[in-house]
Design a protein around this ligand. Structure first.
Ligand code: NAD
Length: 347
């Protein structure tokens, strides 16, 4: 099975290198790898954040393991050439529409959460975020109002098929867990959200065993901090999911702990930590590689049909934490490669 390895920028190469070591230890020669530049690295090598050869590799591969993109030196570039466009391009070109972000607190990290330990301990949820539509992909631009003032605009829209497709992923994910799905929208204000809610209710008829609830996004943001244990699976649109999943990450300890998967209809996927390229700590050996290592575990489980190997990696991460290893984001001094060593030792 071929893995497209796209390390990207900043701490991306550091954390993907550790994930690769762990995959080698668990899967050996069952997996092969091809590496290609993406983000600012792609721009520097080929003049584009998603060079054609990188996209071709991602399409050929059985799964994509992605580090992070983003580099302050690219801030002056036109938007289409900025590193972050590579992610949007990959999502669009590979038709990756369902982003799964588990947020679960490892018991050893209860003190690292922004929440009180007794509240944080209850977090065990998955946010299913639509990633192929919404305001990020709508018509956008700058124009001048009749009064001669500059005006920016971004059109938010979803059609019913897009909503039904992601709703099904939400229901299926809930089915494989504790059977509860909370759909998050802003139906009291937005037409897009009203359609979202109507369609989710229609799809729910195919899932009578799932307990469905609805919540406005502002309330969801509050409830995630007040009582995160009430959630099993949350399904929501691209914009709301972007914000809520980062919030959930801080509740679960550190952004350096959280993996993600973005899947197409055939469960081919792109796997990446939810954090960015962290230019403030790049090259210093301070990055926590566990989010990327856990992303590799998700890859084995969701795209490569290797759940036992995924379990082994997750258990090894828990063991490394239980043994007291902590990178700087978790309040310790363990370096990136030492954390990789600790996971390998636990394997
Ligand atoms: P960030 O996630 O890169 O960093 C936020 C903070 O968290 C920083 O203080 C950073 O040091 C810390 N952090 C992040 N990952 C860590 C890890 N693994 N271990 C320890 N600490 C970690 O977000 P940002 O600073 O807002 O963005 C930096 C760049 O990354 C920007 O160019 C942004 O566009 C890009 N970005 C990329 C992605 C992606 O590639 N998927 C996601 C978010 C942001």
């Amino acid at each position: 099975m071929l893995i497209a390895l796209l390390p990207g920028d900043g701490i991306g190469p550091e954390v993907t290198a550790e994930a690769r070591r762990v995959l080698d230890a668990v899967c050996g020669t069952a997996l092969s790898y091809e590496e290609a530049p993406v983000g600012a690295a792609g721009y520097r090598a080929e003049g584009h954040p998603l060079p054609p050869a990188t996209l071709d590799l991602a399409k050929r591969a059985d799964a994509v393991l992605f580090g992070a993109v983003g580099d302050p030196s690219c801030d002056h570039l036109e938007r289409a050439l900025r590193p972050e466009q590579a992610i949007l391009g990959l999502r669009k070109e590979l038709a990756l529409f369902a982003n799964l972000r588990p947020a679960k607190l490892f018991p050893e990290l209860a003190d690292a959460s922004a929440l009180r330990p007794e509240v944080a301990r209850s977090i065990d949820l998955v946010i299913v975020r639509e990633t192929n539509g919404d305001v990020y992909f709508g018509e956008k631009g700058m124009r001048t109002t009749p009064a001669g003032r500059r005006q920016g605009y971004d059109i938010m829209s979803y059609d019913e098929d897009e909503v039904a497709r992601i709703a099904r992923v939400g229901f299926e994910t809930a089915k494989a867990r504790r059977g509860r799905l909370c759909s998050v929208d802003k139906a009291n204000v937005l037409e897009t959200s009203q359609l979202w809610r109507d369609v989710v209710i229609e799809v729910a008829r195919d899932y009578p065993e799932i307990e469905l609830s609805h919540m406005y996004v502002d309330n969801a943001a509050m409830q995630l901090v007040r009582n995160p244990g009430q959630f099993d699976v949350i399904v929501t649109g691209n914009l709301f999911g972007d914000i809520l999943s980062d919030q959930a990450s801080m509740c679960a300890g550190s952004i350096g702990m959280l993996p993600s998967a973005t899947l197409d209809v055939n469960k081919k996927g792109l796997y990446e930590p939810i954090h960015g390229s962290a230019p403030d700590i790049a090259g210093q050996g301070k990055a926590n590689p566990l989010a990327t290592i856990l992303s590799a575990a998700m890859m084995l489980r969701y795209s490569l049909g290797k759940p036992a190997e995924a379990d082994r990696i997750e258990a090894a991460v828990a063991a490394a934490l239980a043994a007291g290893h902590r990178t700087a984001d978790l309040g310790g001094t363990t370096t990136t490669s030492q954390m990789g060593d600790a996971v390998l030792a636990a394997l």
